[in-house]
Each structure stands twice: as structure tokens, then as C-alpha cells.
Write a protein that binds this ligand. Structure first.
Ligand SMILES: C[S@@+](CC[C@H](N)C(=O)[O-])C[C@H]1O[C@@H](n2cnc3c(N)ncnc32)[C@H](O)[C@@H]1O
Length: 234
């Protein structure tokens, strides 16, 4: 569907079906959404990739042109577009939706795109080889499980960076933010990473659950946070 014909109500309909989608049908759901995903994110003023890219950029002190960036649950590839502008050149993407991977390929920025269901299959990346890992928008109760965070630490080089973002929805199902922070702390206590920076935006994404009840410009924003961790030096 072209940008000119897609409306905020179309986005609302997608988000309603996202909320109602059973876990085993999510891959097909993302396949179907892939072509319109980026346009819809723009309509919702989604800031996840911008927040992550800015946080990584302000804390990365190595050689950007040589660094390998692993984009976990990459979707259609918004993050590398931003990071390329910041001087990064090498990107590998992972996602379980072939539709999203096809869109990501169109950016021409990924050296490799790997179809993997994270949590069900091991992260297909050699241990200790990645300079920067980013997992943006995928830490949700029914998407990428917490066990994958441990794998992100394993594939990162000693002293490398891992950025994870999370929206804080008004209703915050099952106190998910608290659960996430406890999981982060467990890995910190085990010495797998330590937190180096956090950036919160009060305007992370517009609250799509209000579409139909408000005009787009009246949709309240949802808060979101990007967390940045560093793996220990050997
Ligand atoms: C909300 S989108 C985020 C995409 C992109 N990172 C962004 O911020 O726009 C979530 C993405 O995670 C992928 N995904 C969800 N669960 C996954 C899993 N267990 N393994 C691999 N990919 C997954 C989906 O296919 C989708 O592309």
C-alpha cells in the first residue's frame, strides 16, 4: 500500500491484530506487516532505532568503519540506515520473519541476513566476534525470550556494547518493566555485562491502542528506554 493511501486507522487495525495474535502465528503476522511496517512506524513517530543509534554512537570509542554491528530482530532495517550516517559500515541482521528480512535486504546495508527464531534456535554467530549488538523493539513478553540476552553477551567481543530498548506501555502487562530490569541485573551479578548508560524518551512511540478514539495528533506518547551494557574485558 502506498504512503498516500495508508491511514492511521490502517495502522490501528494492524496493532489490534498484533495484540490479538496468538504466539504461534506471530511470524506470519510480521511477514504480512513487513511491507508497511516502516511507514506505520513513521506514522506512530516511533523513536526506538533513533534512541538506540544515538546511545551507541555517544558511547562507542573504537573504529566505526571496522566495527561489526549485529542487529537482532532487525525488522526492515531502520537501525543501519541511522548508524551508517554515524560512520558504521558492517551490519549483520537476524529475524524470524522472511518478509522483514526481504525488506531489510532492500536497504543494501546488511552483509548477511539470517532467518532464525531466537530462543528456539541458537544465535548463529561465533562467540566473541561482534563489536556492537542492538536489539530494538523486540523485548516484549511474546517475542524474544530473556534467555537470548545471555547469548548476546556470548557473541559480543570483550569490552563490546549491547543495546536493548523497551517501551513502557500505559498498562505495562504483568509489570513487565520490573521483570526486564531484574533479568538485566541477574546478568550483571553474573559478570556477563555491566550497565554503562540509559536513555529514556517520553515520546518513544504514539500509543496505538488509542487509535480510533483520538485523532493522530492527539494520540498520547508511550515512554521508552534504551539500555546500554558493556561486556567485561578479559
Ligand atoms: C517490533 S519489530 C522491531 C523491528 C526493528 N528492530 C525496529 O525496532 O523497528 C520486532 C521484530 O522482531 C522479530 N522477532 C520477534 N520475535 C522474534 C524471535 N523470537 N526471533 C527472531 N525474530 C523475532 C519480528 O519478526 C520483527 O521483525
Amino acid at each position: 500500500m502506498s504512503l498516500s493511501t495508508r491511514t492511521i486507522q490502517d495502522v490501528g487495525n494492524v496493532l489490534t491484530s498484533r495484540r490479538e495474535c496468538e504466539q504461534e502465528k506471530l511470524t506470519a503476522f510480521f511477514d504480512k506487516w513487513a511491507e508497511d511496517y516502516e511507514k506505520d512506524c513513521n506514522m506512530l513517530d516511533y523513536q526506538g532505532p533513533n534512541l538506540a543509534a544515538a546511545l551507541i554512537s555517544s558511547n562507542f570509542s573504537g573504529n566505526r568503519e571496522a566495527a561489526l554491528v549485529l542487529d537482532v530482530a532487525c525488522g526492515p532495517g531502520q537501525l543501519p540506515k541511522l548508524m551508517y550516517e554515524m560512520g558504521f559500515r558492517h551490519f549483520v541482521g537476524i529475524d524470524y520473519s522472511q518478509g522483514m528480512l526481504d525488506e531489510a535486504a532492500k536497504t543494501g546495508l546488511y552483509e548477511e541476513l539470517k532467518p532464525v527464531k531466537l530462543g528456539a534456535a541458537p544465535l548463529p554467530v561465533q562467540a566473541g566476534t561482534v563489536d556492537v549488538v542492538a536489539m530494538v523493539g523486540a523485548l516484549q513478553p511474546d517475542l524474544v525470550p530473556f534467555s537470548v540476552l545471555r547469548e548476546l553477551c556470548q557473541v559480543t567481543k570483550p569490552g563490546g556494547l549491547i543495546c536493548v530498548t523497551k517501551a513502557q506501555h500505559r498498562t505495562d502487562p504483568q509489570g513487565f518493566t520490573g521483570v526486564v530490569e531484574r533479568e538485566f541485573k541477574i546478568l550483571e551479578d553474573e559478570g556477563l555485562w555491566h550497565r554503562v548508560d540509559v536513555r529514556t524518551s517520553d515520546q518513544y512511540i504514539r500509543d496505538g491502542s488509542l487509535i480510533g478514539k483520538n485523532d493522530k495528533q492527539d494520540l498520547a506518547f508511550t515512554r521508552g528506554t534504551a539500555y546500554l551494557f558493556r561486556t567485561p574485558l578479559l
